[in-house]
Design a binder for this molecule. Structure first.
Ligand SMILES: C[S@@+](CC[C@H](N)C(=O)[O-])C[C@H]1O[C@@H](n2cnc3c(N)ncnc32)[C@H](O)[C@@H]1O
Length: 263
């Protein structure tokens, strides 16, 4: 990997030091941003999230891209048009997410587009994308159902939702509300859905098949599925985007899929 900017290592390190990073990104050999998510965790997440899809030439929309780990991963996996969007972390005075994204993109030399927009304002005027990444955002939204409808409008083939989960002991669709700082002392955390809720909500929005897998990192810690990943497939999706789900995934619509599912 060759550096694509003319910054010296010292200058680059100084720029990196001004930012609070969420993603660890190797910008130059051995030069890694100090992200809350380690390189090892991000590698496992990337494989779990993007592994089932042949992204060659396909368009990808990354909602809440923050520092861009999955935007860059999609491009490296051969995607054609890739659009990264965010607002909250990109305009945050401490996270300085936009500055971070732009620095990483320039240093990595990857051709990906950006648009500063909150998911609550997105609609079909953005166009449609083969794969929409909606990772770590659902539970941050006060009205996640409205936003999920917006995500449906911009999806051409597959919507990938990664979310915090709760109410796992309940068989019926349910979602827990967290007022104030109830969840992790963070007042941007609002909701914890369970898998039946996500299944029925995504079906209601027109997705034909919904696959689920546990998150590879926040695994059944403390006996629960702290976080889950849902791949929602629209009718007519290409096999390259919808037929390569391995053993870790289960088709939530299949007979008996919900049996043996509770923690
Ligand atoms: C947990 S990070 C996930 C980042 C990245 N997608 C990932 O999976 O590593 C949450 C993302 O959601 C966005 N976000 C957080 N709170 C939000 C809010 N209240 N409204 C809209 N977006 C929010 C942030 O800007 C950030 O990019």
């Amino acid at each position: 990997m060759t550096a694509r900017t003319d910054l010296s290592d010292q200058e680059l390190l100084a720029r990196i030091g001004r930012i609070t990073w969420f993603h660890s990104l190797e910008l130059r050999p051995g030069l890694v941003t100090p992200g809350a998510k380690s390189l090892a965790v991000l590698r496992r997440e990337e494989e779990a999230l993007l592994g089932p899809f042949d992204l060659t030439g396909r368009s990808v929309l990354d909602i809440g891209a923050w520092n861009g780990a999955f935007t860059f991963a999609a491009k490296r996996r051969g995607a054609g048009r890739v659009l990264a969007t965010d607002e909250f972390a990109w305009t945050h005075p401490v996270y300085r997410g936009r500055e971070a994204f732009d620095l990483a993109r320039a240093e990595l030399g990857l051709e990906v587009e950006t648009l500063q927009i909150d998911p609550t304002r997105m609609d079909e005027s953005l166009g449609q994308f083969d794969l929409v990444l909606f990772l770590g955002v659902f539970y941050h939204l006060f009205d996640p159902i409205d936003v999920l409808q917006r995500m449906r409008a911009v999806t051409r083939q597959v919507l990938l939702v990664e979310t915090h989960q709760d109410a796992l002991e309940r068989a019926e669709p349910a979602m827990v509300f967290y007022p104030g700082r109830t969840l992790a002392n963070d007042d941007t955390n609002w909701w914890g859905p369970n898998p039946p809720l996500m299944l029925h909500l995504l079906r209601q929005l027109g997705f034909a098949r919904i696959y689920y897998r546990d998150h590879p990192h926040y695994l059944p810690a403390e006996g629960s599925r702290t976080r889950g990943i849902f791949a929602a497939i629209l009718p007519g999706a290409e096999p390259a985007m919808s037929a390569n789900f391995g053993m870790e995934w289960r088709d939530l619509g299949a007979e008996g899929a919900m049996r043996d599912f509770r923690p």
